[in-house]
Design a protein around this ligand. Sequence first.
Ligand code: GLY
Length: 372
Amino acid sequence: MSVSRRSFLQGAAAAAAGTLVAGTSEGMARTKAPGTAIDRERRRSPGGPVVVASGNGLPATAKAAEMILAGRDPLDAVVAGVNIVELDPDDHSVGYGGLPNEDGVVQLDSCVMHGPTHNAGAVAALQNIKTPSRVAQLVMERTDHVLIVGEGALRFAKAHGFREENLLTDAARRQWLKWKEARRGGDWLSPAGAEVEGDDQASASHDVMRGPGGAEFTYGTINCCGLDTSGDLAGVTTTSGLSYKIPGRVGDSPIIGAGLYVDNDVGAAGATGRGEAAILNCGSYTIVELMRQGRTPTEACLELLRRVVAHNVDPRLRRPNGEPDFGLIFYAVRKDGLYGSASIRSGRQFAVNSEGRNRLEDCAYLFEGQHE
Ligand code: GLY
């Protein structure tokens, strides 16, 4: 391991000096002496798996931890975990049932990264395949490339036996119609007397907001990173991306270093939320590098978010008080088992499986209030 115990403890001291709220196990330890968090976490996870995911990832963390304990590679484990969410029609941020682009077509992005081989695979703007993360894993394992997009990604998936399927569920189609009908000056009209707000089949994703006409709107995604009992790491990120996006728009989720990064000597990190901000700040790569320098996972995520805020100078993306007018959350797990997550705004949770327990924990955050 290239990060010494001493530098980890220095990182813990820096975290303890932080002023921001952290509801994670790491954050709760901030009231204790510097170093306590690290020592306690090491005692609590003596070689057991640690799996961290976005708030919609509880089934994924449970599945991945179970597979790691059964001796499976951590990449197979986290991909099997997120497959559950990709196949869930009620999660409108990922895979089957994801919200479509502006033409009503579901286009999916995903990437995987494997710590022991420092290899990765990704697909972007992939249509008609329910589990893009599995295609991304095949790009890693069965080509000497990292990223395949669009029609080429679909042909590659079909060559490996994936079946083309319609990914647009009725619920997602109704949200897309609401969005089209709410556009000012457009030709698409809501039925007379239609309800504007809400929908009785709301998405299961925690990242869903309400846009024009009450249509669901999301940058939602699932990220899942796992540490196995040998200290090996892997991660996956998968998404239907920004709702009603320009066809062909690609966010951070298939971009290694933005929506996901793994360094087997240090740790793993991933993102959900506004992908453009994660790309512009090399988010996941930078968090891993901050952990290499001794930051705790939570402090590394918070530091990256502070950079996002400082770089966000476009008035169209700022509130009158200068705060970003979008959501972004990072998740990280370090090679010693310490984990954390931080969000621009309060009230967000992330999924964790460690010490045999699967649960949601509160994300640390920069600003009070939701991003709706
Ligand atoms: N983070 C997902 C996206 O922006 O596409």
